[in-house]
Each structure stands twice: as C-alpha cells, then as structure tokens.
Design a protein around this ligand. Structure first.
Ligand SMILES: CC(C)(COP(=O)(O)OP(=O)(O)OC[C@H]1O[C@@H](n2cnc3c(N)ncnc32)[C@H](O)[C@@H]1OP(=O)(O)O)[C@@H](O)C(=O)NCCC(=O)NCCS
Length: 182
C-alpha cells in the first residue's frame, strides 16, 4: 500500500467494482479512449488488472480518498502489453472519476507511484503516453517532471490506421538524471 497526504493506493476490493464501472461508463472520463466501457467490460478489465498485479507485484492500484474512504479512480505503474520503439518499459498512468479532477490528486498519487518505481523496484526510467489532445493528462506528466521529445511520438499499434486516437505523445523520466553526466 502507498500513502500520500490525501490518498491511499491499495489492493482492489469488491466494493470498488461499482464506482470503477461508473467511472469507465462516463464519456468525460473516456473522451480520449476508443469507447466507454460496459459493466461487463469493466469486470474483464479488473481481471486483467488483478492478473498484472499478481504477476508483477505492481500495477493499477485503486486510489482511495483518505478523508472519506471514497474510490476516486486508479493510479499506478504498468508494463504496456504492446510493442513500440520504447518497449519493454514501465509506464505510470491514471484515471480518475470526473468529480475528483482538478485538485492535484492524479499528480499526488503518481508522484508516489514514481517514487515506488525508482526506489523499491529499482527502475531507471518510467514513461507515460497519451493522445496529443489530452492536455489534462499531459499537464500531469509535466508536473511530475516528465519530458517529451517529439521524436518519440508514435502510432499506437493497437489502434487502427486512420483512427483519430492513433497518434500518441511519449513522456519519459529518468531517475537521478545527474548521474548520466558523471
Ligand atoms: C488526467 C486526469 C487523471 C487528471 O487528474 P487531476 O487529478 O485532475 O490532475 P491534476 O489536478 O493533478 O492536474 C491536472 C492539470 O491539468 C490542468 N488542466 C485541466 N484542464 C485543462 C485544460 N482544459 N487545458 C489545459 N490544462 C488543463 C489543470 O489546471 C492541472 O494543472 P495545474 O495544476 O498546473 O493547474 C483526469 O483528468 C482523468 O482521469 N482523465 C480521464 C482519464 C485519462 O485521460 N487518463 C489518462 C490517460 S493517458
């Protein structure tokens, strides 16, 4: 379990299923994904998320607001399942229910996830990616100190050619960047 000032990133519980499904069915939340998810698709996603956690010991953790116990979304680290010029790698990612946007929660939780990745997992680099239009998510990446090189932009191999969500921007952060100059 990871703890920040306002959040707990913890294990999944059965009671997360309902607010998770509600979040995945919200068109505002899924604006930059191919489609909203049905309850059955959320169940299938939960199985994949749990399998990733079991396999790697890290993954998309549910984020709970400490003050109220509310499920606010997920934040965490994951191994992308597709091949691209920057894989294999570990990504940091987030998806929050719209009621909880704009209070710095994604950035706060992601900062703890990055620290875990660098300090506990010993990763050298962590990436993040999204479509160019997802300015909220890109802003989180920038606030985390991640940087984008336009030469890293890529076409997501799981999204069909010609689809408006195919092009992606990639952000990276390296631990102890100062070491590179030693
Ligand atoms: C992306 C997401 C997690 C951000 O969560 P959040 O808790 O609101 O993020 P934060 O509050 O930490 O930061 C959001 C930043 O975006 C900025 N922002 C919000 N709307 C914006 C807009 N329309 N244009 C530019 N910046 C915007 C905010 O001002 C804030 O930056 P600031 O702190 O410098 O003011 C949330 O919007 C979300 O879940 N979106 C849907 C799912 C998704 O797209 N996930 C990412 C897939 S890669």
């Amino acid at each position: 379990m990871l703890e920040t000032e306002r959040l707990l990133l913890r294990e999944w519980r059965d009671e997360d299923r309902e607010p998770f499904a509600r979040m995945n069915a919200d068109p505002r939340v899924m604006e930059f994904f191919a489609a909203t998810l049905t309850a059955a698709q959320t169940d299938a996603m939960l199985e994949r998320v749990q399998a990733h956690l079991d396999r790697h010991g890290f993954g998309w953790w549910p984020a709970e607001l400490k003050e109220t116990g509310a499920f606010v979304g997920f934040i965490g680290l994951a191994v992308p399942y597709f091949e691209a010029h920057f894989t294999p790698c570990v990504e940091v990612g987030w998806r929050l229910a719209a009621d909880h946007w704009g209070r710095g929660l994604a950035t706060e939780g992601a900062r703890a996830a990055l620290r875990y990745g660098f300090e506990e997992l010993g990763l050298r680099e962590i990436v993040s990616f999204t479509v160019p239009a997802n300015v909220r998510s890109r802003r989180v990446m920038e606030k985390l100190g991640m940087t984008r090189n336009p030469a890293d932009d890529f076409d997501h191999p799981r999204i069909p050619e010609g689809h408006p969500l195919r092009r992606h921007v990639l952000y990276r952060i390296v631990t102890n960047p100062g070491l590179a100059s030693l």
